[in-house]
Design a protein around this ligand. Structure first.
Ligand code: TXA
Ligand code: MG
Length: 313
């Protein structure tokens, strides 16, 4: 398959290009598009055959459900059994934005999206290209990260091409994403709601609206099936350090290794660049990546979650 790479203005997307991409989706094809978090790999979320192609293209395990992307709150109604009050508050405050909500699913959601669970994950991305594409398609788009499963999530269209060229119909290049880390996943089918994956919308943000919720990620049996798989991993081995001293010790103990050192100024810079730098390290054949930890509060918790996962293999 020849993958079409199309440059599109993220601030003012050309409607004829959006229409072209929507045609591909309506015909059961795959289109990668930018969101504010990372690039997604979209298909018609109500078409089981199209959804299956996503799993094939990514090499994604069959038990890892997908997020449905919507362009309006009204679109959620048909996909879920009920919209709890808590969801209304959250959608009102954080949508469009990097917060995925898990609901009890309706019969409209194909099993290939929910992977046999009785729940469905839904989010409204804060990106014009994404929103206009969803609107033009007239259906929710099932979209995981547009990478080969296990590789770092793509923050630029070139990353998508590196992983999926020849496997998807089209990639919309809307430039580099804003955030660089995947959305927060919040399970509203549990009481209290539980954060299954930390992201830019933090526990504090959510508690500001809903009151105290469970401490996230403490269970050994992850409820977001995707969290049990190796993630975000470059081929180079990732090590976390906390000080110049620790870096020095590492360098002294590994004199023969080609080592990339990553020390970011702040959370924002780290989130935007971490996955890109992982990919860069592999392209340039580094053996190890040494990354300075940041404080695990608010957004830092989400970034450190990804970094720790990358260092686990
Ligand atoms: O920022 C994002 O969320 C990006 C962009 C493209 O929207 N998408 C993304 O999708 O990261 P993906 O498929 O790479 O990650 C979705 C996560 C997985 O860990 C999956 O297991 C979990 O959400 N998930 C999806 N549906 C679920 C459900 N019904 N119950 C529990 N976890 C679910
Ligand atoms: Mg992913």
């Amino acid at each position: 398959m020849n993958t079409q790479l199309i440059t599109i203005n993220p601030d003012n997307p050309d409607s004829s290009l959006i229409a072209q991409a929507a045609r591909v989706i309506k015909n059961g094809g795959l289109v990668s598009f930018p969101t504010e978090t990372i690039y997604g790999l979209g298909a018609n979320g109500l078409d089981p055959e199209a959804v299956k192609k996503i799993f094939l293209a990514k090499g994604r395990p069959q038990d890892n459900p997908l997020i449905l992307h919507v362009a309006s709150v009204e679109q959620v109604t048909d996909l879920v059994q009920e919209i709890p009050e808590s969801a209304k508050l959250l959608m009102n405050k954080f949508w469009p934005g990097p917060l995925t909500l898990i609901f009890k699913k309706s019969d409209l959601v194909p099993d290939s999206v929910s992977c046999g669970l009785d729940t469905v994950a839904v989010r409204m991305p804060d990106n014009k290209v994404a929103l206009e594409l969803i609107n033009a398609c007239g259906c929710p788009l099932s979209a995981p990260s547009a990478n080969i499963s296990g590789r770092p999530s793509p923050t630029q269209a070139i990353h998508v091409m590196d992983d999926l060229s020849g496997k998807v119909d089209m990639v919309l290049d809307g430039g580099e994403v804003d955030i660089g880390i995947e959305s927060t996943v919040l399970d509203l089918t549990q009481t209290p709601p539980q954060i299954l994956r930390p992201g830019k919308v933090t526990q504090e943000d959510i508690e500001g609206l809903l009151g105290p919720i469970g401490e996230h990620l403490k269970s050994n049996t992850p409820r977001a099936p995707g969290m049990k798989y190796t993630h975000y991993s470059p081929s180079a081995k990732v090590f976390i350090v906390h000080s110049q001293e620790e870096e020095n010790v590492f360098l002294k103990n590994n004199p023969d290794k080609k080592i990339m050192i990553l020390n970011y100024a702040d959370e924002k810079e780290m989130a935007s660049n971490l996955f890109k730098d992982f990919r860069e390290a592999d392209k340039k054949c580094f053996d190890c990546i040494v990354v300075y930890a940041i404080t695990e509060t608010s957004f830092g918790r989400a970034i450190m979650d990804r970094l720790k996962k990358a260092s686990e293999k």
